[in-house]
Design a binder for this molecule. Structure first.
Ligand code: ZN
Length: 677
């Protein structure tokens, strides 16, 4: 639950999230148009449907030692070998569909006719989403070419595809949504994802876990994290993802590459963690996953780090089963040093938070924060990526051993370079707000991410005897957790403390973040939603929940004014200090809900403020965004790494090559890393 995605509001284009995918803000708006035009061609790799694909830079790779380069290489390889797993998790026919698409597109690179172009766009959407459903909205893509045309393509290219898979593509009433979040439905049966076998119902699964989970266990495992739940002889059983088990072939290749990585570990703690991860992948034992996470959390010394495994549960409607993901990271020393003051003051932030004293941690443990450069990503982090991540997710490990937070610096930089000032100009209420955004939004976004990850997710404690949020708050847990982390960031962004410790030049930075957060939560993020739909994605729910709640509660004091100018809606913040107080009040309430496990109150907040969308407002946002031609979603191609060997076959170097196009990369990955089809 901890990716920080780019909220797009901010950036115009891009933004983001995730698992706690934390999103990006409007930062980019600040760049001069000329500069953007100059940089765009290097950074924007592809543009189709609602997507743009960007390229990130890695600075200083050549300065790493050979061992460090090899560590990056083998970790990246391990990550890429998990890619197939994520496709299969998303939908049972994804892998065979992907193979057919690879065959066709591989043969037809220069085909120009209109039908083919429509097919190609569809294939690109599919690759970007790691499957047949939109990566963010979860709806199945709609082909704009006919079944007959597709069958002709298959035949001409000797590609085969089952009738079931073809039906899945063309019949709109089948498998309509990858994840259905609707408490009135059987969310497991209604979701198209592949975490549960045929015939498994939500009721059965909930009963199963109510029996299995020991509420008195103070060091619980993350139940269900790494298995497909199937019916075996009429009974529920977990088909575990491990070598020799389900996804065994992919796991085997991952283990092989992790073993190589172990040889180049930078230090003992890093090595021990990697060895434990291998053990866990070999056995699928979630106790080992806990042990691994403790080792990984304490391994903070190296220059290279990584996130790799089944981690985030956003893909599962009931939040148990995790998608595969990997992010391989190289420390950005200079930027990390600048931000180190945030983690250094973690206890101060906890002590001065607006939450109830009983819910505060007496001692904030081991929050480490780094700004890193991404070296490669895979699975659920690619092509769409978070901009910040805070792990591990298991609450008791976080409370006892702390957590590691990273901001993905080169990803944020690429977002910033690719975006223009369009959204800010269109949606800001007045010149002052635009000027403030241009001047401060980039820094404001970075600070929001840092505070959200390092202070936000790490803050607070659950009352004794109250279970983990995914048990107590169930399907509302992720939304509430993201809201909580955002609120911690917002609360402190208007605190003089940040000026005093040198993180920002003045409170104007905090005001810029307030402007953009309200704009995004009440207006601009709706550009990502299809007209007529409710909000379901957790980060979008959380942002609207926060913005709509403070707007409503501040009405009698006119904290935020809704202004209609020439028929267009704007929100103008009239009193920043009072708004801060409201953020603090909502933070206190959401922390209480988490600490006490108050499901009813959590549900009411999400349903009353974070779900429903006013249709006329939504329509207007879509109309205002359209002429700006901004892609609501961005993602990235990765660089490739090649081993350089001498005449005797000895490895002498690792070469970084950063030139692949999007389709080229998808075909390359399909060829090189396919393990499950
Ligand atoms: Zn988060």
């Amino acid at each position: 639950m901890r990716k920080n995605i780019v909220p797009f509001s901010f950036l115009a284009l891009t933004l983001t999230l995730s698992a706690c995918k934390n999103e990006h803000s409007e930062q980019n708006n600040m760049k001069e148009t000329e500069e953007i035009a100059e940089n765009n061609s290097d950074i924007i790799v592809d543009r189709f449907a609602d997507i743009q694909v960007l390229r990130y830079d890695i600075k200083g790779f050549e300065n790493l030692s050979l061992n460090q380069k090899l560590l990056v290489y083998y970790l990246s390889e391990a990550g890429h070998y998990g890619r197939d797993i994520h496709y299969d998790q998303n939908f049972k026919y994804n892998l065979e569909i992907r193979k057919a698409f690879e065959t066709i597109v591989g043969n037809y690179k220069n085909e120009k006719n209109e039908d083919y172009q429509k097919f190609l766009t569809f294939a690109k959407q599919f690759w970007f989403a790691n499957g047949l459903h939109h990566h963010y909205g979860m709806d199945k893509f709609k082909p704009e070419f006919s079944k007959e045309y597709f069958q002709k393509l298959l035949k001409e290219n000797n590609a085969s595809l089952s009738n079931e898979a073809i039906e899945a593509i063309f019949n709109p009433s089948l498998y309509a949504k990858r994840k259905v979040k609707d408490s009135n439905k059987d969310m497991i049966a209604a979701s198209a994802n592949n975490f549960y076998g045929e015939g498994v119902t939500q009721k059965q699964v909930e009963e199963y876990y109510s029996k299995v989970i020991d509420k008195n266990d103070h060091e619980p495992i993350e139940y269900g994290l790494n298995s497909t739940m199937i019916l075996k002889d009429g009974k529920l059983a977990e088909d575990v993802w491990k070598s020799g088990g389900r996804y065994g072939k992919a796991m085997g290749k991952m283990i092989e590459n992790l073993k190589e990585a172990v040889k180049y570990a930078e230090n003992e703690p890093q090595k021990k963690a990697l060895l434990k991860l291998i053990d866990y992948f070999r056995t699928g034992d979630l106790k080992l996953w806990n042990e691994y996470n403790i080792l990984w959390t304490h391994a903070t010394e190296g220059d290279i780090d990584y996130i790799l495994g089944f981690i985030e549960v956003y893909g599962d409607a009931i939040g148990k089963r995790a998608t595969f993901e990997s992010v391989i990271e190289i420390n950005d020393f200079e930027a990390s040093k600048q931000m180190s003051v945030v983690a250094a003051n973690a206890q101060w932030f906890e002590d001065n938070s607006s939450i109830l004293p009983a819910h505060k941690k007496a001692k904030v443990t081991g929050v480490s924060y780094k700004v890193v450069q991404v070296a490669s990503e895979s699975g659920d982090c690619s092509p769409s990526t978070p901009i910040g991540v805070n792990l591990p997710n298991n609450e008791w490990i976080r409370e006892k051993h702390g957590s590691k937070s990273v901001s993905l610096g080169n990803i944020i930089t690429a977002y910033d370079k690719a975006s223009g000032p369009g959204m800010l100009n269109e949606f800001a209420h007045d010149e002052e707000e635009i000027e403030r955004g241009k001047k401060h939004a980039a820094l404001a976004g970075k600070l929001h991410t840092a505070l959200h990850e390092v202070i936000g997710h790490a803050s607070g404690q659950i009352n004794k005897g109250v279970g983990q949020p995914n048990e107590t708050l169930k399907n509302f847990a992720s939304t509430l957790e993201e809201a909580r982390a955002d609120l911690v960031a917002l609360y402190f962004l208007l605190d003089e403390k940040l000026v005093n410790i040198g993180l920002m030049p003045s409170l104007e930075v905090g005001k810029a973040e307030y402007d953009s957060y309200i704009r995004n939560g009440l207006l601009t993020q709706l550009q990502r939603l299809e007209l007529g739909n409710h909000l379901e994605e957790e980060h979008m729910q959380n942002r609207q929940l926060v913005a709509a709640w403070v707007f409503e509660k501040g009405q009698k004091d006119k904290v935020i004014e809704k202004v209609i100018k020439n028929g267009k809606i704007y929100y103008d913040i009239k009193d920043y200090n009072k708004l801060r107080v409201l953020f603090g009040e909502l933070l206190r309430e959401i922390q209480r809900i988490k600490s006490e496990g108050d499901y009813a109150a959590g549900k009411a907040l999400v349903e009353n403020y974070g779900t429903k969308v006013d249709k006329a407002t939504h329509e207007q946002v879509l109309q205002r965004v359209k002429p700006l031609n901004i892609a609501p979603y961005s993602g990235f191609v990765n660089p490739t790494y090649e081993l350089v060997k001498d005449a005797n076959g000895k490895i002498t170097d690792v070469k970084l090559i950063n030139k692949q196009g999007f389709v080229e990369q998808m075909l390359y990955y399909g060829k090189k890393y396919a393990t499950l089809i």
